[in-house]
Design a protein around this ligand. Structure first.
Ligand SMILES: Cc1cc2nc3c(=O)[nH]c(=O)nc-3n(C[C@H](O)[C@H](O)[C@H](O)COP(=O)(O)OP(=O)(O)OC[C@H]3O[C@@H](n4cnc5c(N)ncnc54)[C@H](O)[C@@H]3O)c2cc1C
Length: 416
């Protein structure tokens, strides 16, 4: 197996929010990043990529541009040898062994599923760019199918399970898109669409203040979206979703956004994990019992000096602040990590949003405007910001794009 050393001695596992920012902030010290993709996905804008408001390529940031001093190895991490300080990678061009002096683990989380009959076979997730593009194509294909079978209620039945940010924002955006698209399907103008939001908790968006959560629920209900709280998905057979409150929703689309769990690969890396499979770190983000391994982001249980007794929730806001602290700690200025959340923002489709800021709660258009401004500020690289601004501006003046592109990535064979 070919062996090489990490650039600047620092090996970063994962090029998501946490890993990419650590490598970027290490600047000329350099690092080697190992990741599946050559980009960092800005997940808060994923719902808008799904609805086509933003071009999908514009919600991802090329790692080579974002971290110009880092080396990037695309591949799948398979093993970690703590004694020899090496990590094995199945890279695009064969197996590699990468040696390190400092290891940063930022492998993120995967969708947490439950043993619901039919879920794995028929439901879809909403976690990465491929999910967003596939979901958009699916909703548009359902409109095409429904235009052939307008009396089959399952064609235009859409159930989202999980009313956290990802589920609520994705549902609101796609609902907007499907309703806007109706004008191009004369046969569907009088056919009802059924959009349903399901959550086991007693309210939607449990992370935000009650008043904003209630506003979001009212907005969605006003648009005809059914909300079932204190309810779970009991089973799904591909055409009907059975809920625990006795409702059966005819639906060919069920989207599962009911939480995440730490990357299962962590169990093979020989690092201490908590009961939820997250890496255990100390206040400086160093992995317990090690001298040269750090962890951050969704894959770790991060203690926060500003919220004693609680570990950080899995959000990009926190991953970014952890990365800032860790880059300084790695540069030889170790201090405990502490971050107090400044607020929370979310969009609820076109021109509607909610924003919780210190001492200020905004909803409706102001909430939407603040949400967009915040994301524009946070999105790395000026070139990405400008592309997103252009997409938003075009969306203000033109109708939604309804092209369905599921054939992308599957070109016809020569001669077909
Ligand atoms: C749809 C959606 C919307 C969200 N919206 C918001 C929001 O509005 N606000 C907010 O604060 N947070 C939001 N989040 C949460 C936020 O995205 C995460 O908290 C953040 O991405 C965590 O960063 P991370 O680096 O730990 O993990 P990730 O960003 O998931 O990165 C993990 C990286 O590890 C790589 N990787 C994993 N396994 C391997 C392997 N075996 N080999 C090689 N590479 C590997 C992956 O390819 C990826 O690059 C959202 C999440 C989702 C899914």
């Amino acid at each position: 197996m070919e062996r090489r050393e990490a650039r600047g001695g620092t090996l970063v596992l994962g090029g998501g929010f946490a890993g990419s920012y650590v490598a970027r902030l290490l600047r000329r010290r350099g690092a080697t990043i190992v990741s599946h993709e050559n980009f960092m996905l800005y997940t808060p804008l994923l719902p808008e990529a799904a609805s086509g408001t933003i071009e999908p390529r514009h919600v991802v940031v090329p790692l080579r541009q974002m971290c110009p001093h880092a080396e990037l190895v695309l591949g799948h991490i398979t093993r970690h040898d703590r004694e020899r300080r090496t990590v094995a990678v199945e890279s695009l061009a064969g197996e590699l062994e990468i040696g390190y002096e400092r290891l940063v683990v930022a492998l993120g989380a995967i969708t947490r599923t439950l043993p619901v009959p039919g879920l794995a076979e028929h439901a879809v997730g909403f976690k990465d760019l491929a999910d967003a593009i596939a979901l958009r194509n699916r909703v548009l294909l359902q409109l095409e199918r429904a235009s052939i079978h307008p009396h089959d209620a399952s064609e235009l039945g859409f159930v989202f399970v999980g009313a956290g940010y990802a589920g609520v924002e994705a549902l609101a955006e796609l609902h907007d898109m499907a309703h806007a698209a109706r004008r191009y399907y004369p046969v569907l103008r009088s056919v009802a669409q059924r959009w349903v939001l399901v959550d086991a908790a007693p309210k939607i968006l449990p992370e935000i203040p009650r008043r904003l959560g209630e506003y979001a629920a009212r907005r969605l209900a006003k648009r005809g979206i059914e909300i079932h709280v204190c309810t779970t998905l009991e089973s799904y057979d591909g055409t009907g979703a059975a809920l625990s409150d006795g409702t059966v929703v005819p639906a060919r689309t069920v989207v599962w956004t009911a939480g995440v769990r730490a990357n299962p690969l962590l169990a093979d890396l020989g690092l201490p994990l908590d009961q939820r499979g997250r890496v255990v770190v100390d206040a400086t983000l160093r992995v317990e019992g090690t001298a040269d391994v750090w962890a951050l982001g969704d894959c770790a249980a991060i203690p926060n000096t500003k919220t004693p007794g609680f570990v950080d929730p899995p959000t990009s806001q926190h991953a970014l602040r952890q990365a800032r602290r860790l880059a300084k700690n790695l540069a030889g200025d170790p201090e405990p990590y502490g971050y107090r959340m400044l607020g929370q923002v979310a969009t609820l489709g076109r021109f509607k949003g909610i924003a919780e800021l210190p001492g200020l709660h905004l909803w409706g258009f102001p909430g939407w405007f603040v949400t967009r401004t915040y994301h524009l500020y946070q999105l790395p690289l000026l070139s990405r910001k400008l592309r997103v601004v252009v997409d938003w501006t075009v969306a203000l003046f033109f109708r939604r794009d309804i092209v369905e592109l599921s054939m992308l990535g599957h070109p016809r064979r020569l001669g077909d």
